[in-house]
Design a protein around this ligand. Structure first.
Ligand SMILES: [Fe+2]
Ligand SMILES: [Fe+2]
Length: 449
């Protein structure tokens, strides 16, 4: 999910030009030569003076009251022309003229770059900025330095500053408080690429993984035999029986994980780091699968009794196992979700290739239940086939998330939703857009004959 996590962070940052003395102003060039010739940082008077002049050059002309940078302020790695354009861009959204960027001004800034940010992302990022900075406005020179640092990192979005361990603070003042209560996952905006789920598999690495993998295979074999899943044709009834039953089970692990982490946070009076929210969201997502399928078939009493038995048996076992080994449980869920991806792929193939006029072929165009159209944004005429593809994308996300967090200890910021990395990603995308705009501007205009 989240994935947001996994699936919301895909962009490339343009390679920044390599700086050379010739690309810098005369004073910058002197500095470049000083630093690259191995001069020590004991600040000889000439170097100090050069830093001060450089610093003065980089002050925003619009705000004489900006806080002073330390004399050791780093050289910007962005090209000077881009730095100037960014200053102008930042100044254009400084509505209260205080030389700082607050959350509302950030929202306005990102709106100016709405080819790089969706409306949802703009809202999420400005909220995250407000929460993570403790409602603090960030001086423009700090903001610019953070842009420079994030954009010059060689890594992709996320982890640009190597802050993913513990609860450290981002140099921009972005902390991790927001991870305790914010977890933004929007549904229904899967792209075609995201809906095209690949059937991946994580090889077991140790005995715990092998135990989890074997358990899942054994449970699947028994369940398939008991329900006759692989015998005969796939029918609407078989699909709905299987989906409804398994979704009542699938919604358990996320809730158990969230409850245990919640109680641990209360008991130890410590932060959780944000995984609790993610698992709650996973549990709710699975529950939405159930609430959707239940609109398509109403199970009888025997079925409902089996659900109660399954909930008691699996729920209590999983609770105990999670208290003993969260790593095992997340790996187990990761393998369960691998199987879920296989199952939904089989269902989707059966619908797509169903003979014309058959019950399954009807699902190619039959409208999905209203609750599903709303939850996954399937559109007014979203079909059951569209629904199945969205559900499979959810399962793929659960698969990747659970594999990713297996073995991630407590007291760690959610590696899939770290506010600091979200901010770094935003800064990079912003710089990328500024660089692309600059390139566009510098292209010679061709007049048509
Ligand atoms: Fe599910
Ligand atoms: Fe699932």
């Amino acid at each position: 999910m989240i994935g947001t996590t996994l699936r919301h962070s895909k962009f490339l940052i343009a390679k920044r030009p390599i700086l050379s003395p010739s690309t810098l102003s005369p004073i910058s060039s002197n500095l470049f030569q000083l630093s690259s010739s191995g001069t020590t940082t004991n600040s000889p008077p000439a170097q100090q003076a050069a830093f001060q002049v450089l610093h003065q050059q980089r002050q925003f002309s619009i705000k004489p009251t900006l806080p002073q940078c330390a004399p050791t302020a780093p050289l910007f790695k962005l090209p000077p022309a881009i730095v100037e354009q960014i200053k102008t861009d930042l100044a254009s959204v400084d509505f209260d003229s205080n030389g700082k960027i607050d959350a509302d001004e950030l929202r306005a800034l990102l709106k100016r770059h709405n080819t790089k940010f969706t409306d949802d992302e703009i809202v999420e990022l400005s909220e995250l900025f407000y929460a993570s900075s403790g409602a603090r406005s960030v001086p423009m020179d700090e903001f610019l330095a953070a842009l420079d640092q994030a954009a010059s990192s060689e890594s992709k979005e996320g982890n640009a500053l190597g802050l993913n361990k513990g609860f450290k603070t981002h140099p921009l003042g972005i902390g991790t408080c927001a991870s305790e209560y914010m977890y933004a996952k929007t549904h229904g905006k899967y792209t075609e690429e995201e809906l095209d789920v690949k059937l991946t598999h994580i090889e077991p690495k140790d005995w715990l993984d092998r135990a989890a993998f074997s358990s899942v295979k054994a449970v699947r074999f028994i369940f398939d035999q008991a329900t006759g899943w692989n015998r005969g044709q796939i029918t609407q009834d078989k699909i709905l029986n299987r989906a409804i039953y398994l979704e009542t089970i699938a919604a358990i692990p996320g809730m158990v994980a969230a409850i245990i982490r919640h109680f641990r946070s209360l008991r130890n009076m410590t932060r959780d780091g944000g995984m609790l929210n993610m698992f709650l969201e996973e549990a709710n997502n699975e529950r939405m699968h159930l609430l959707t399928f239940i609109r398509m078939k109403d199970p009888g009493y025997a079925f409902r009794a089996a659900v109660i038995g399954g909930q008691f048996g699996f729920g209590s076992t999983f609770l105990v196992l999670y208290m003993i080994s969260p790593a095992f449980c997340h790996r187990f869920v990761g393998y369960v979700e691998e199987e879920a991806c296989h199952t939904y792929t089989k269902i989707i193939d059966a619908i797509e290739n169903a003979p014309e006029g058959s019950d399954l072929a009807r699902w190619q165009t039959e409208e999905a239940p209203k609750i599903a159209k709303g939850y996954w944004h399937l559109g007014e005429h979203g079909s059951v086939l569209d629904l199945m593809r969205a559900v499979r994308a959810d399962e793929a996300e659960h698969r990747d998330v659970n594999h990713a967090v297996s073995g991630v200890g407590y007291d760690t910021v959610n590696p899939l939703y770290d506010p600091r990395e979200k901010m770094d990603g935003m800064l990079k995308r912003y710089v990328q857009d500024m660089m692309e705009r600059s390139t566009e501007k510098s292209k010679p205009t061709t007049s048509s004959a």
